[in-house]
Design a protein around this ligand. Structure first.
Ligand code: GTP
Length: 416
């Protein structure tokens, strides 16, 4: 047809009209049905100081008692010395759609006298989850990938009204390239509307100043008006000032609502006039859950994976190249396998060296013991030799061997 292969590759395909219904327009439904059958996996992490309402908010978000009320540790009780990572999973179903929800909690974060490294166990956990996924991808059978990567991290900011604390900034800086960060102002019912407004500005100022990327709804070209507006409304509420409650209270007009009751009135969780809970839930669960999963896979995980491969010395041009070129993919898998083998070998070497060292020190110890015994025996022998020498000299000089003759006589009753 006169086109060179490169021209053919870059020329946009001509759009043709169909004479009748062919049926592939049903594809989205097919994909949808398949996803519904398989169910979805979503992993949310919650981070924030103790008592900021993390468990309550998760229960409020998913309208289920995922978290049981925790007992408050008594003062002075041993809470351990590091941040713990705990996860709870539950399968929830709504209109036939199954969601396997995992909540990763991080008790201990920010609760110690020295919180310098509070972020570290959390980064380690996120990376370990990436590694587990990477390992599954490298298996021959890649059909059933279990996605336990963290898709969103809700970071609870204490409602101080000042600005972000050093621990908040440090945490976000360490985590923002590895997870979708969603900052929320905890227990926002403890602040007035004006205070919240000012606090949000300060937080956003800090975030911009430190170059921290938080998750914001992405804007695509050709998006419909409604979606654009929806996204803008969500964006205008970041960082979400939330209130959590799994209790039903009575509003002044008699309605039964989820909220918190105060002497001066009732704060309703699901009322947009009262807090940003509705917008947070909309973004996290209703409109952007898939976006969060995609961004985790396509950007955050992909960057981690590329860095890891680079660190292993595997050069990789583009993901597309890898995905479309079986040879490149095979080479990469081989490199990964080799790197794994090298790691195993290094570990085995280390264990071997350790064992040799142990053996050597044991040998050294028994050598020292032997040496000490040898010295003892030598000393004893020397003593014996000297005694014999002494006896010999006495015999030679004609002196009696026993000290007194008289005493012998006495012994045998011969004395007078
Ligand atoms: P840890 O389990 O210790 O990490 O605490 P947590 O962050 O999970 O807090 P939790 O949800 O257990 O809430 C602690 C206390 O704060 C409870 O008494 C909740 O009722 C209360 N609480 C939770 N959310 C809110 C809120 O939005 N506003 C107010 N005022 N109190 C809240």
């Amino acid at each position: 047809n006169g086109l060179t292969s490169s021209q053919a590759a870059s020329a946009p395909p001509a759009r043709k009209k169909l004479a009748s219904w062919v049926g592939f327009s049903n594809l989205p439904n097919q994909v949808h049905r398949k996803s519904v059958r398989r169910g979805f996996q979503f992993v949310a992490m919650v981070v924030g100081e103790s008592g900021l309402g993390k468990s309550t908010l998760i229960n409020t978000l998913f309208e289920t008692k995922l978290y049981q009320p925790k007992s408050i540790p008594s003062p002075g009780a041993d809470r351990g010395k590091t941040v713990q990572i705990e996860s709870i999973s539950a399968e929830i179903e709504e209109n036939g759609v199954r969601l396997k929800l995992t909540v990763v909690d991080t008790p201990g974060f920010g609760d110690f006298v020295n919180n310098d490294e509070s972020w570290k166990p959390i980064v380690d956990n996120i990376e370990a989850r990436f590694d587990a996924y990477l390992e599954q991808e490298n298996r021959v059978n890649r059909l059933k990938l279990v996605d336990n990567r963290v898709h969103a991290c809700i970071y609870f900011i204490q409602p101080t009204g000042h600005s972000l604390k050093p621990i908040d900034i440090e945490f976000m800086k360490r985590l923002h390239t590895k997870v979708n960060l969603i900052p929320v102002i905890a227990k926002s019912d403890t602040m007035t509307d004006d205070e919240i407004k000012l606090f949000k500005q300060r937080i956003l100022g800090d975030i911009a100043h430190h170059g921290i990327q938080i998750f914001v709804p992405p804007q695509y070209e050709n998006e419909d008006e409604e979606t654009i507006q929806e996204n803008e409304e969500i964006l205008s509420k970041v960082p979400f000032a939330v209130v959590g409650s799994d209790h039903i209270v009575q509003a002044p007009d008699g309605r039964q609502v989820r909220g918190r009751s105060y002497p001066w009135g009732v704060i309703e969780v699901d009322n947009e006039e009262h807090c940003d809970f509705v917008k947070l839930r909309q973004m996290l669960v209703r409109t952007h859950m898939e976006e969060l999963r995609e961004h985790t896979n396509d950007v955050l995980y992909e960057n981690y994976r590329t860095d890891k491969l680079k660190a292993m010395g595997v050069s990789q041009d583009e993901t597309v190249f890898r995905e479309t070129n079986p040879a490149a993919k095979q080479a990469e898998e081989r490199a990964l396998h080799e790197a794994k083998l090298a790691k195993m070998e290094a570990e085995m070497k280390m264990v071997f060296q350790q064992k040799v060292q142990e053996k050597e020190s044991k040998l050294k110890q028994s050598e020292e013991e032997l040496y000490a015994r040898h010295r003892e025996m030598k000393d004893a022998l020397e003593k014996q030799r000297q005694e014999l020498e002494d006896k010999k000299r006495r015999v030679e000089s004609g002196r009696p061997l026993t000290p007194e003759k008289g005493s012998q006589k006495k012994r045998f009753g011969l004395g007078k």
